[in-house]
Design a protein around this ligand. Structure first.
Ligand SMILES: Nc1ncnc2c1ncn2[C@@H]1O[C@H](COP(=O)(O)OP(=O)(O)OP(=O)(O)O)[C@@H](O)[C@H]1O
Ligand SMILES: [Mg+2]
Length: 246
């Protein structure tokens, strides 16, 4: 399988006044097509920094980041923005839905902005709404949906352009255990049924256990890998994580 993600020796610093935070210290990561990978680590270990770099939302200070074979660090800002819009989908802890649009309109929005024909967008949106099991909620505004339902809308929206890569940063950070479980099952199903390549950042073993593999970040470096095999075995991931995260 070709690599959808190839992160090569990436460093990232943040400068806050006189302070220099070395957030990523030589990180390498490869994710094969169709794999569901989790990145786990303590708060401040660099998880969001790495996900933002893979998503082309920021640039590393050193190293290279290839997504579907294309080097994000060699693109202009405009090329990177277009590449992200056309080839990647990103989901955050906050659902970031537009409050004045219905669920269905929110799903359709990225391609409407891209100027594609409306019938094709509607067909694709309805297909995704079925995939995330929101068929009966399409005409609702976000405020009439539960947190879990809103996140499923956000996931459908992220999948609209059939992305090479779906990125998720703490997608269940605002959800209760029941709604979280539904999202983890949904991501697992996307990987299994639609072969979507997924990279999910989480600090929860219960979430990471649904991924095929867990990469553990510790103070800006990878400390090791857990072969979680997508079985949802949180206890296995938690105990291996304790050993690796120290
Ligand atoms: N914009 C920024 N400016 C300055 N420092 C930053 C910035 N973003 C992140 N950092 C610092 O970089 C380090 C890594 O942060 P990052 O947000 O990647 O951690 P994280 O693993 O996602 O943590 P959390 O689990 O709390 O979300 C931290 O020390 C953080 O304070
Ligand atoms: Mg974070």
């Amino acid at each position: 399988m070709p690599d959808v993600v190839n992160v090569i020796d990436v460093h990232k610093h943040y400068r806050l006044g006189a302070e220099d935070v070395h957030a990523l210290r030589g990180v390498c990561l490869r994710v094969e097509a169709g794999r569901f990978v989790a990145i786990m680590g303590a708060s401040g270990s660099g998880k969001s920094t790495l996900l933002h770099l893979i998503g082309g939302l920021d640039l590393p200070d050193a190293g290279r980041i290839l997504v579907a074979g294309e080097d994000l660090t060699q693109m202009t800002d405009r090329q990177r923005t277009l590449f992200r819009r056309r080839r990647m989908g990103i989901v955050f802890q906050a659902y970031n839905l537009l409050p004045t649009l219905t669920a269905r309109e929110n799903v359709m929005l990225p391609l409407l902005v891209d100027g594609q024909p409306i019938e094709a967008i509607e067909r694709r949106a309805d297909e995704l709404i079925r995939l995330v099991h929101l068929d009966r909620r399409t005409a609702h505004a976000p405020s009439a949906l539960s947190g879990g339902e809103q996140q499923r809308v956000a996931i459908a929206r992220a999948l609209l352009n059939s992305p090479d890569l779906l990125l998720a940063d703490e997608p269940t950070g605002n959800l209760d255990p029941g709604a979280s479980l539904e999202i983890w099952h949904l991501l697992r199903r996307l990987a299994d049924e639609t072969r979507t390549t997924i990279v999910m950042v989480t600090h929860e073993a219960a979430a990471a256990a649904y991924a095929d593999r867990v990469h553990v970040l510790r103070e800006g470096q990878f400390a090791g890998v857990i072969e979680s095999e997508g079985k949802g075995d949180a206890a296995l991931v938690a105990s291996r994580y304790q050993e690796l995260a120290g």
